[in-house]
Ligand binder design. Structure first.
Ligand SMILES: [Fe+2]
Length: 547
């Protein structure tokens, strides 16, 4: 079967293509439209579709719209109820439901030639679940936990995949929602709701959970695998922060309290699920699963031997999950996703043509990995554009900004390049065979950067730029077989410096989506203080730059 997956209704519109059970392409609309998150998640924008991403998926596979056997839309309006019936204050939600019901018609307009009858509505949390269970290497036997802000009428699903078939054991109905709770606190702390939740997680490391008792009263699990989230009067705990205000210890303490309670509740939900199934592996998806601190606690303190997290755990991932679910339901055997590099890529000839058109001086060194390692060793900042772009919010060595981890000032330097708050950490990529020595505690390998690790004390000063205030780092491990070019660059850097680690953060500037195509890369390089652009086998040097 040829199945196009579409996520459109709430956050992070995206498309994915599954052909005969194999994931061949997946991409977020923001990478094409250059609008962060694709759109704001408001009812008025719910009709908008990931048109550019969808067309690209088809082009990349050489398919015509008429070749599609099905389009999986990751929301089923038949399951929804009126917002006030669900206890939500969302007076325009009925627009969302109307747009969802009309999605087949909108899709046929956006993709001329599409038969609206091939559109299948996939329940939102089933699509999330498939993005974890079916996309993981454990589809034949894995538990699955989905937690997000909301789907049709729930915010959670707990179940088990056996032989690729999902058995749903529990869902939690709205208005109770850990995702919406976290969105509330994000807004209260002066950050952008449905976008900046990870900033709360970073801020939490600076605080003490001194409001934990209040949070424990408001947020609690029930004996039957569900939970309650009562409304919290955040202002009575700490006054709200305006976006342009400095954060204080009070804000950090509130963030720490919410984060801590979230972790406790997730551990209890995972414990309940394990009690029902006795499973060995837990797979996770939903926006809450992008909380790498919580993921780490689930693994460290929970009952599972392994935890696998979908790298596009937010709603973008439901495009892939929806497509995999429909393919399975149609009789295909689905394969695990091959990696997160499912987006656009260019041949060497195409990249050379872009550089020639831009009339920038470029070279083709004998080995771009050596060239980059030399620049990094000389404390240069490198824009690294290689292979296909990543699906999901993390740069994993394809659209990355790289730097030397041994200079503490590089954290500030990169946050300045990217226009980010200085409390936010940058992450290390490390050779997989050296990771245990540097980051002993925590799940290894960790190819998708979805867990945090304690940095071994003897290494903290040596890689100070990537050590967060609490002594942890959000590690990406790099395997020679999976990522040969990145691994070669890391080995070359280690030969030059003794450090098997480089700083890796996403290649973008303030408020913009990650770089996706060569033009974005040239624009980013042209406007940011980056010393070297490594694009395919070519390098472009900043005049007077390091290295
Ligand atoms: Fe979701």
């Amino acid at each position: 079967m040829k199945v196009l997956g579409i996520n459109a209704l709430f956050h992070d519109p995206a498309a994915a293509l599954v052909v005969d059970g194999v994931t061949v392409a997946a991409a977020e609309e923001e990478r094409f439209s250059r609008r962060k998150h694709g759109k704001r998640p408001v009812p008025f924008a719910a009709w908008e579709l990931p048109e550019l991403a969808a067309r690209w998926c088809l082009d990349a596979a050489g398919l015509d719209v008429s070749d599609l056997d099905a389009v999986a839309y990751s929301y089923d309006p038949q399951l929804a109820r009126a917002a006030d019936e669900m206890g939500l204050s969302d007076p325009w939600d009925h627009l969302r439901q109307t747009y969802a019901r009309r999605a087949p018609g909108f899709l046929a307009t956006a993709l001329p030639g599409l038969d609206p009858a091939v559109v299948r509505f996939v329940p939102h949390h089933v699509a999330h679940a498939a993005s974890a269970g079916l996309a993981s290497p454990y589809a034949d036997g894995a538990d699955v936990l989905v937690l997000d802000g909301r789907g049709e009428c729930a915010s959670h699903l707990a179940g088990r995949y056996e032989g690729g078939v999902l058995d749903v054991l529990r869902t939690q109905e709205l208005p109770h929602s850990l995702g919406l709770l976290y969105e509330d606190i994000t807004e209260h702390l002066g950050f952008l709701r449905s976008s900046d939740e990870f900033k709360v997680m970073a801020l939490a490391s600076y605080g003490r959970p001194r409001f934990l008792d209040e949070l424990r009263r408001a947020v609690r699990t029930t004996d039957d695998g569900g939970f309650r989230t009562d409304p919290v009067d955040w202002g009575s705990l700490v006054k709200p922060r305006r976006a342009d205000e400095e954060w204080t210890a009070d804000h950090a303490d509130l963030a720490a309290s919410v984060q801590h309670r979230l972790e406790e509740v997730l551990l209890e939900l995972a414990g309940w699920l394990h009690g029902r199934t006795g499973g060995r592996v837990l797979t996770l998806a939903g926006g809450v699963a992008l909380n790498c601190v919580a993921n780490t606690r689930i693994l460290r303190d929970g009952p599972y031997d392994e935890v696998w997290v979908q790298p596009a755990a937010g709603d973008a991932g439901t495009a892939l999950g929806g497509a995999l679910h429909v393919a399975r339901a149609g009789g295909d055997v689905t394969a695990a996703m091959p990696g997160a590099d499912l987006g656009r890529g260019w041949s060497d000839e195409e990249l050379e043509a872009w550089l020639t058109t831009a009339r920038v001086p470029f070279e083709r060194p004998a080995d771009v990995a050596e060239e980059v390692a030399a620049c990094l060793a000389a404390n240069g900042v490198v824009a690294w554009f290689q292979g296909r772009s990543e699906y999901g919010p993390r740069a994993l060595g394809h659209r990355s900004l790289l730097a030397h981890p041994g200079h503490e000032k590089n954290l500030e330097r990169l946050n300045d390049v990217k226009g980010r708050e200085q409390f936010r950490p940058v992450a290390p990529m490390v050779l997989a065979d050296r990771a245990r020595e540097l980051f002993g505690r925590g799940p290894l390998p960790s190819p998708y950067m979805l867990f945090v690790h304690d940095v071994a004390p003897q290494w903290r000063d040596r890689i100070s730029a990537v050590v967060h205030v609490d002594g942890t780092a959000r590690v990406q491990t790099v395997d020679d077989a999976d990522e040969p070019l990145v691994a070669r660059m890391l080995r070359s850097f280690e030969r030059r410096t003794g450090l098997p680690v480089v700083v890796n953060t996403s290649l973008n500037t303030a408020g913009r989506p990650m770089v996706d195509d060569p033009r974005d890369a040239l624009e980013c390089f042209g406007s940011a203080p980056v010393d070297l652009l490594a694009i395919g086998p070519f390098v472009v040097r900043r005049p007077g730059g390091a290295g």
